[in-house]
Design a protein around this ligand. Structure first.
Ligand code: IFL
Length: 470
């Protein structure tokens, strides 16, 4: 989940020349790597390995679940993500730009054909607006960025038009949670902030490409609806009623269901140069650091507090929040980003894979699942690009090795239900985001991707490359 490029197209990111390091995993996690500029890049072979692993999973999906939303690699079947009994080809759309980056061109062409010929967007069923925007609209836009096939842009626009009633029928401008793709009927008035606010990258890019401002304006209005209802402490809660504008969840937190709400304020500013978004990002971030930042042993965590009184209410952290390390680095706080990444790296000293939720004071898993989340490696990529430290490639290499060890199955990769069990208890799913995020981040970190502009790019919260494909 992340991005890069400044308003005006300038970049803050630097591509480091891939300094060679010799590391043990322990040294990698501890951050004691030393560079030896003369040695060859030790990551090149890993880049090729990522493609091999991706191909195995992709071939399984093609053979056993083609056209379905997601693969169940253990049972060898497919599953639906958005519509029970229906499909929107989630995995195909999530994989488009990854296929392009990895130069798997015949697979990309089959995927594009499926989108053109078989994707049905007129289904009479409700879909979750946020997921449809970040995964499908974003995936189609990244497919368009990769192929320049105008049919993909047209499909992204068609889907966005079907989702727009969620924004337009709401009194506040914050979207309803669900919309029926065929009828435009909406429901779900109590909406978590990530779902309200994580749309300006995709909708704004669609506006830029089509010249139709409607999408950007809808997304900005949704962000405004939340930011202008912040508390006198400049904190926001977790959930808002989009009909009344009343807060339903009043805990201030970076964890879900808020997380990417912050990310898209920054992204909207960097992509489109909108000053309101920058002001809101700065205002809310200052309050996050004043009220939620919890510095311990040189590491940084983020606690929970009441949005009105500031009273501390919790010390939990979700793995999904690990993306924030990269966001901090990109938004001018690299030292804080590094300290936060150190905190998650410390968790990886306790757990073999990061648990979904932990009590960071006791280092105890509150939810022991590991649904193949990409956030830690997402931050590795953007910390590497922002700080230039090879340490972040070595941290990614360590997690990659652990994923191979614990999540790899005959037909690809699967989720873990309990990282604390020995042996780990596996579930039966390759999430769509594994194709869009995990494998893309590893590939960009390890390979020198010739189709990627490491200096000027933008990756969405779902890892979709909206800018920077060559
Ligand atoms: O959909 C993915 C995306 O990164 C996001 N939230 C959760 C998913 C991956 O963990 O924004």
């Amino acid at each position: 989940m992340t991005k890069h490029s400044r308003p005006g197209g300038l970049t803050r990111r630097r591509l480091l020349g891939g300094l060679a390091t010799t590391l043990t995993p322990a040294a990698a996690l501890a951050g004691t790597a030393s560079a030896s500029p003369a040695a060859p890049d030790p990551y090149a072979a890993l880049g090729a390995d990522v493609v091999t692993e991706f191909r195995t999973a992709w071939d399984s999906y093609r053979r056993l679940a083609w056209g379905r939303d997601e693969l169940r690699p253990l049972s060898g079947s497919g599953s639906d993500f958005f519509i029970p009994g229906g499909t929107l080809g989630l995995t195909i759309i999530e994989a488009l730009d990854t296929l392009y980056l990895m130069e798997l061109d015949s697979e990309l062409s089959a995927a594009v054909d499926w989108v053109k010929n078989d994707l049905r967007l007129d289904q009479r069923a409700p879909v979750q607006v946020f997921e449809a925007i970040i995964r499908l609209v974003g995936g189609l836009l990244s497919g368009y960025a990769a192929t320049k096939d105008s049919a993909l842009l047209a499909r992204a626009g068609e889907l966005a038009d079907r989702l727009l009633p969620a924004f337009q029928r709401s009194a506040t401008g914050a979207p309803y949670r669900y919309v029926n793709l065929a009828t435009g009927e909406v429901h779900g008035a109590e909406v978590p902030l990530a779902e309200v606010g994580t749309c300006i990258a995709e909708f704004g890019e669609l506006s830029r490409l089509t010249g139709n401002r409607t999408y950007f304006d809808a997304a900005k209005k949704a962000l405004r609806a939340v930011c202008e209802r912040r508390s006198p402490l400049d904190l926001v809660g977790t959930t808002i009623n989009v009909e009344t504008g009343a807060w339903v969840g009043t805990t201030a937190t970076l964890d879900p269901p808020v997380d990417s709400f912050y990310e898209y304020l920054w992204d909207g500013w960097t992509l489109f140069g909108d000053k309101d978004l920058r002001t809101w990002y700065d205002t809310l971030t200052a309050a996050v650091f004043e009220r939620l930042a919890d510095r311990r042993n040189g590491r940084l965590w983020f606690r929970q507090a009441d949005m009105t009184t500031g009273r501390i209410t919790g010390h939990a952290q979700s793995e999904l929040t690990a993306f924030y390390a990269g966001l901090l680095a990109q938004s001018g706080r690299p030292a804080d980003g590094e300290r936060y990444h150190d905190a998650w790296t410390a968790a990886l000293g306790t757990f073999r894979l990061p648990p979904e939720y932990l009590d960071y004071r006791a280092m105890r898993a509150l939810n022991p699942a590991y649904p193949l989340r990409p956030e830690y490696v997402d931050s590795c990529l953007f910390l590497w690009l922002t700080t230039g430290k090879d340490l972040y490639r070595s941290r990614a290499r360590e997690l990659y090795a652990r994923q191979k060890r614990y999540c790899k199955v005959a037909r690809g990769y699967t989720v873990v239900d309990d990282v604390t069990a020995s042996p780990m208890r596996l579930g039966d799913l390759t999430p769509g985001y594994w194709y869009s995020e995990n494998m893309k981040y590893y590939y960009l970190l390890f390979a020198k991707a010739s189709r990627f502009d490491y200096r000027n790019n933008y990756l969405s919260t779902e890892g979709n490359v909206l800018r920077g494909l060559k």
